[in-house]
Write a protein that binds this ligand. Structure first.
Ligand code: PDD
Length: 276
């Protein structure tokens, strides 16, 4: 069952008018929230980032955090599966097509739950492949906007060559993946690009840095060059749906020795322990 504008219904019965500004302009924001053992993970942080995204597009938050929590609880109850991921989507609503914000229009609010599938054991053992590309997105990548056309095109570049992700660089510096954050390991130090308007402040990114801090894993948050990525000992990918994944092939060059590295193994184990 999905949630649409205050009602629960089967997804087949859920429709949005064609004049919805999400459909016409991509005028909206979204969140993806993992649910483990039927409990939302880092919910407060996700709701805080939702508020940041709404502020970024000047759309009022339709609900208080308490109301969001109650609705999301209901979505989880209405869906099977111990582990799920919630997709929450808010647009500026339905109005005559005009770029200017409409007045007195209610936002469209849509929430669905899907099964949260762990990356396969095979993928965790052998690692995944990635390619690189120039980050040609807008400069408000900190807003989780539903207008994802550049991300879609960038991700497809990877899919076209059977890779899982496209790692992005702006002016020669690492930003993130098409739908993930990227870390590298250099001389046993975990390196993370600093949060800015050029990347999404990932909730999993925060978890990984907290795990590093709490477990005496040396880390640095600093600008990372494309050259550093190309000669990294390890490359790690994080997102709410993929957790932590090792990238072992970049283009057609192995990363480090071409196998998931020690720091990946450690952080992955710590993450599994932490989320339980
Ligand atoms: N994407 N950067 C981008 C561009 C993303 O789309 C995502 C997540 C992340 C990782 O953020 P988090 O750890 O909070 O999931 C970074 C989600 C999963 C998606 O669009 O499906």
């Amino acid at each position: 069952m999905i949630y649409l504008n205050g009602k629960f219904m089967p997804i087949e019965e859920a429709f949005v008018p064609v004049l919805d500004r999400g459909f016409i302009f991509g005028d909206g924001v979204y969140e993806v929230i993992p649910v483990y053992s039927r409990q939302p993970f880092r919910l407060t942080a996700h709701l805080k980032r939702l508020q940041h995204s709404l502020d970024g597009i000047r759309l009022n938050n339709p609900f208080s955090n308490d109301v969001w929590k109650k609705i999301l609880e209901q979505v989880i109850i209405n869906n099977e599966g111990e582990d799920q991921y919630l997709y929450l989507h808010i647009t500026r609503g339905v109005a005559k097509r005009d770029h200017a914000f409409p007045e007195n229009v209610l936002p469209t609010i849509f929430i669905m739950s899907n099964p949260l599938l762990q990356p396969s054991q095979e993928l965790l053992k052998s690692g995944a492949s990635a390619i690189t590309a120039v980050d040609n997105r807008w400069i408000r990548c900190d807003v989780k906007a539903i207008s994802l056309l550049p991300n879609v095109l960038l991700r497809q570049l990877a899919v076209d060559v059977h890779a899982v992700e496209t790692i992005l660089f702006r002016n020669g510096f690492l930003t993130e993946g098409a739908a993930s954050n990227i870390f590298i390991v250099k001389e046993e130090i975990l390196l993370a690009p600093p949060k800015s308007n050029l990347m999404l402040p990932g909730i999993t990114y925060d978890v990984v840095l907290e795990l590093a801090e709490d477990n005496q894993i040396p880390y640095e948050i600093r600008e990372i060059t494309e050259t550093e990525v190309s000669i990294a000992d390890e490359i790690l990918l994080t997102s709410s749906t993929k957790e932590i994944m090792p990238i072992t092939l970049l283009g057609n060059k192995p990363v480090g020795d071409g196998k998931p590295g020690e720091l990946f193994k450690r952080l992955h184990a710590l993450y599994q322990e932490y989320k339980a």
